[in-house]
Every structure is written in structure tokens, then in C-alpha cells.
Ligand binder design. Structure first.
Ligand code: ZN
Length: 331
């Protein structure tokens, strides 16, 4: 069965102080905190999921915020920029918003799109991209970031590699993306409809130092599989090609397999189904610490060891309901 992903499912990065992380992603960037849980492989660390109102695949940025984490190094073998999609005329608003909050931003443009690049509080490189064809996805509306300017979801990731061929073969033959052309100093590949959230840029830098995955770097990039049966078939297909793939893991909100592309970036294939309402109502997403059944017996110990978060108002159910009404009424 040929593998053909529809695009990015989520990007996961390593951050520092958890409170500062919520402040930045939920307040400054205006994403919805759709799940507060722990790293299932290391429950001493939060796993925070940010996205649109429902946490739709392709809108998700997830963080392991780890107080006192050793800073990593950007370089080859990593996704070195994570880009979000914003409306075409909103970059000026974002520039003002981020500058007012003390962030340094860099504006760049090429033939097709404009972007605004900056670092998150732990040095992770992010950018906001205005896609010329627009982005039909619904935004999350927050007090600091109004819906008209809000992030629509992921736009793309930039992978930095030392050698081109093996990594780009993994994207095309391995995951079913297609090469769409040079994009500035990068090679662009597209999945599915090729819109925002279905793009990856490859930056080839033979002489750059190898990256070190730790604080302020991307841990892995996850691609979409529609359902369990497809994921199972894709896993068999990858194994038959000699790719070392993990077992299928239960991530509670989706199922996952992991493997490393030849250039070093850790890839995941995650299913579109399940979703974030499996263990709490949609209006209350992100508000309480959720644990998978196998960690629930250790809740007291796990919760006691985690620092308290300062949740944004939108994660208060009454405020969330007002916001949701406002969104459905289009005001
Ligand atoms: Zn993941």
C-alpha cells in the first residue's frame, strides 16, 4: 500500500518553564491549550497541546516544557523552523503585537509568500506565514489575538539536512509527498492538497554543525494518517523498505508510530481519529491535568511533582462557552 500522508499532524518541541510556555503559546500566540497532560514516556514533565478550538490535526503544536532544561543547538538533523499560517494582511498586526511584547522579529518575503520569524522564550525558531491562497481553517479567538489575525494552524516545517537525497527520498517515496520546486534557498515538498499545513521545506547545509535536540529545539514532526487500519498498513510498508519503525503506541488522543528519517529528524505518523474530547468535554479542553488510564493510579505523585500552570481565561469553561457562542454567531 503506497503511503500518502495528507500533511502535518503536529510538531513537538522541548521548552523550559511551563508557566512561561502557557503564557507564550496560549496568550501571546493565541492558540488554544487543548490538552494538559504529561509526557507518557517521562511523566515528570508536562505535555501541553496547543491548537485550534478542537485540536484538529494540522493545527497542533505540542511542547514538553521542562524547567531547567539544557539548551539545545539548531543544526542539521532537525526541524529548525516551525511555521504557522496567518491571514495575508495580518503580518503587520503580528509585527506590532510581538514587538510590543518585547520580541525581536524579522520580516522576509519571496515571490509567493511573506513571513515573520522570531524565537519562543526558549529559543525555538517560529515563523508566521501569510499564504497567498488564504487558509479556510477557523481560528481560535482570544482577548489578546482577535480572530481576524489569529493563527489558522500549522503552515510548514523547515528540515535542515547535511545531505539532500536520502531525506528527500523519505519524503517522496516514504511518505508520498511531491517536490514542488525551489523556495528561496530551500526545496519545497507538498502533501495532499499542498495548502498550509501540508508543506515541508528542506534546507541543505553540508557544512553546518549537527543539531542537538534539547531545550528550544523540535523533538519530532508528526504526519497524518487517516485511521488505524491505514497506519497499520503504512507501518508494514515502511518495515518492508527496511525502515526501523516502533510498535504502534497509544497516545490517548491518537495512535502513533515513530521512525527517524535518514538525515536524523525524528518522524511520527499519528492518526487523525480519537481527538481531544475523548477524556473531557470540548468546552473544558486543557483545563484539568489528564492522565492516560495506566498513569492514573500514580496521579497524586505525578501531579504533586508538577509546577502549577496559570491557565488562560479561555480555559475557564464559562469564558470558553462565551467565546464559542461568539464564534458560532460570527461576531
Ligand atoms: Zn508526537
Amino acid at each position: 500500500m503506497a503511503i500518502r500522508t495528507d500533511g502535518l499532524h503536529h510538531v513537538t518541541a522541548i521548552g523550559g518553564n511551563p508557566r512561561r510556555n502557557v503564557d507564550f503559546y496560549a496568550r501571546t500566540l493565541g492558540l488554544r491549550l487543548v490538552k494538559t497532560t504529561v509526557n507518557f514516556d517521562d511523566p515528570g514533565v508536562y505535555h501541553l497541546y496547543y491548537g485550534d478550538a478542537e485540536g484538529t490535526p494540522g493545527t497542533l503544536m505540542t511542547l514538553f516544557p521542562w524547567e531547567g532544561v539544557t539548551p539545545g543547538r539548531h543544526g542539521t538533523g532537525q526541524a529548525t523552523t516551525t511555521s504557522f499560517s496567518v491571514p495575508e494582511l495580518s503580518l503587520g498586526w503580528w509585527e506590532g503585537h510581538l514587538t510590543k511584547l518585547g520580541l525581536q522579529t524579522t520580516r522576509s518575503a519571496n515571490l509567493e509568500e511573506e513571513a515573520l520569524t522570531f524565537l519562543d522564550p526558549d529559543g525555538l525558531r517560529l515563523s508566521l506565514v501569510a499564504h497567498p491562497q488564504g487558509d479556510p481553517r477557523d481560528p481560535w479567538d482570544t482577548p489578546l489575538v482577535p480572530a481576524e489575525h489569529a493563527i489558522r494552524g500549522l503552515h510548514s516545517v523547515t528540515m535542515q539536512v547535511a545531505k539532500e537525497d536520502a531525506s528527500t527520498d523519505m519524503l517522496t517515496d516514504g511518505l508520498g509527498l511531491r517536490y514542488v520546486g525551489e523556495h528561496g534557498d530551500k526545496l519545497r515538498f507538498a502533501a495532499g492538497d499542498g495548502g498550509p499545513g501540508a508543506l515541508v521545506d528542506v534546507l541543505v547545509t553540508p557544512n553546518a554543525p549537527r543539531g542537538l535536540v534539547a531545550g528550544g529545539t523540535v523533538h519530532h514532526v508528526a504526519w497524518r494518517a487517516p485511521d488505524d487500519a491505514t497506519q497499520h498498513a503504512w507501518r508494514e510498508e515502511l518495515l518492508s523498505k527496511g525502515v526501523e519503525v516502533t510498535e504502534i503506541l497509544d497516545r490517548q488522543y491518537f495512535h502513533s508510530i515513530y521512525f527517524r528519517e535518514p538525515g536524523g529528524t525524528l518522524f511520527e505518523v499519528a492518526t487523525d481519529d480519537l481527538g481531544f474530547s475523548v477524556d473531557e468535554p470540548l468546552l473544558e479542553l486543557g483545563r484539568a491535568l489528564k492522565l492516560p488510564p495506566w498513569l492514573e493510579p500514580r496521579r497524586e505523585q505525578i501531579q504533586g511533582a508538577l509546577p502549577e500552570l496559570n491557565l488562560p481565561d479561555e480555559n475557564n469553561p464559562e469564558v470558553a462557552e462565551t467565546l464559542a457562542n461568539r464564534q458560532t454567531q460570527g461576531v
